[in-house]
Write a protein that binds this ligand. Structure first.
Ligand code: CA
Ligand code: CA
Length: 321
């Protein structure tokens, strides 16, 4: 992005985004292309506290696609006129880049000249997000422009193998645990190795039971490239799987697929070994290291089998960072 024409286009887009009081949604690819190209535009000048307040709240930080270091960063706006301390509350909303999904929201009383807020939960890592602040008084409200920033990067290990390395945490309901005979979460680690014959001579998977889950650490990171980025191997029959992606072992996790039929047969897998694929982009996640694999079959317990729930054999990164 070095030509005069490119810089003109960038300025036009920046002006559109910063137009006070309007929510301007741009196609994610266009935004990424314009803001991720290394162009040195610098932050917008911040008015001094002595200057009159504007008609709308003005996002001060984080803005202009800057990356925050903290998982609980502070969001600050310059107040709008008539919405200063003692006059208004400010609602801060955190959204995905597309603006289609709300990540968090919080309302705080106006500060003096500026208002700051933090969200109760840590932000998801490895994402580009947007935020707005809307001032509300007894008589009126005023909305800020949409500001964009990047959350902290996911800390990725050095592993080069695409398969799950360790179990972070797991849960299977007692009723399912009592009934199932394949209850070892370590069976979800490493390359797919499930096999055997049913119902009680299988090996290589964990049956999750009714809405149970296993959360695995891949050590390596998956990155969002065109097409599916993560594959879950599932045994025995077509059962549904819900998958969440996270940038830290304790989350927060973003749902990247809900009750996805997991029944594509693995060639040479003896007919029982199957898989389903997931796209990080579906949840606007840029990169992830931890995956929470959850039963999506939701077959009520007690049921009639010893392999109740999705039977997880392995988790594989298709696009290694
Ligand atoms: Ca993808
Ligand atoms: Ca296995």
């Amino acid at each position: 992005m070095n030509t005069l024409q490119d810089r003109r286009e960038l300025l036009l887009v920046r002006r559109a985004i910063l137009t006070a009081g309007r929510s301007v949604l741009l196609p994610p690819l266009l935004v990424a292309a314009l803001f991720g190209c290394g162009s040195s535009t610098g932050p917008d000048p911040t008015p001094s506290p002595s200057e009159p307040l504007g008609p709308n709240p003005q996002p001060l930080t984080p803005v202009n696609n800057e990356q925050v270091a903290s998982d609980t960063p502070t969001f600050t706006v310059r107040n709008a006129q008539g919405f200063d301390q003692g006059q208004a509350n400010y609602k801060f909303r955190l959204l995905t880049l597309s603006g289609q999904r709300e990540i968090a929201a919080v309302a705080v009383a106006a500060g003096s000249n500026r208002t700051s807020a933090t969200f109760a939960s840590p932000l998801p890592r490895g994402m580009t997000l947007t935020w707005t602040a809307t001032a509300k008084s007894a008589a009126a409200e005023a909305a800020s422009a949409v500001a964009q920033f990047r959350t902290a990067s996911v800390v990725c290990g050095a592993a080069t193998s695409p398969f799950a390395k360790s179990v972070v945490e797991w849960f299977v309901p007692k009723c399912s645990l009592d009934q199932n005979i394949y209850n070892d979460p370590l069976a979800a680690l490493g390359p797919p190795d499930g096999g055997g014959v049913g119902p009680d001579m299988f090996f290589g998977f964990i049956s999750l039971g009714f809405e149970g889950h296993v959360t695995v650490d891949m050590e390596a990171c998956a990155t969002d490239l065109p097409g599916p980025d993560v594959r879950v191997y599932q045994m025995v029959a077509m059962e549904q799987v819900t998958l969440y992606a996270g940038g830290s072992p304790t989350g927060p996790f973003q749902q990247i697929g809900y009750r996805v039929p997991c029944g594509t047969r693995v060639p040479g897998g003896g007919g029982q070994r199957r898989y389903c694929d997931f796209d990080l982009g579906a949840a606007e996640v840029g990169e992830a290291r931890y995956f929470k694999v959850q039963d999506g079959e939701l077959f009520p317990c007690p049921g009639g089998t010893v392999t109740e729930g999705a039977d997880i054999d392995a988790v594989e990164i298709l696009h290694l960072k």
